[in-house]
Design a protein. Sequence first.
Length: 143
Amino acid sequence: MTKSGVTIGAAAARSGCTPATIRFYEEGGLLPTIDRSVGGRRVYRRAEIFRLVFIRRCRDLGFPLEQVRALLDVMDGKGSCGAARSLVQAQIDSVRAKRAEMEALEQTLSGLAASCTDVCARGDVDDCTMMKDFAAAQADLGP
């Protein structure tokens, strides 16, 4: 810890970000320009660490960087709570769509595994039903 803040390593430990990620956020404008010590090292204060924790939480919740930027604007008083709610609702919609895709994928894979189990119940066969099913999905390849 320096007199006025902490090093990038300490900021990384406190925020859960790596030093490379912190530099990336700074270069991308998600963090303000960080003050430097007399020796030229970045010095992170409580406000920057709080901002890093906020960004990390947004990323953990799956928000893309542009939406994180918009949420930071709301946090900085440059946007409305309604705008933040819209972003969160859009993220909920995205998660629901991904969940539906994953459930469909699970059903397809379960069907493939079940077909193999049914055919291979008496032992391995030379003609794998799952491989036929994989190929059947691409049956209309044209000439």
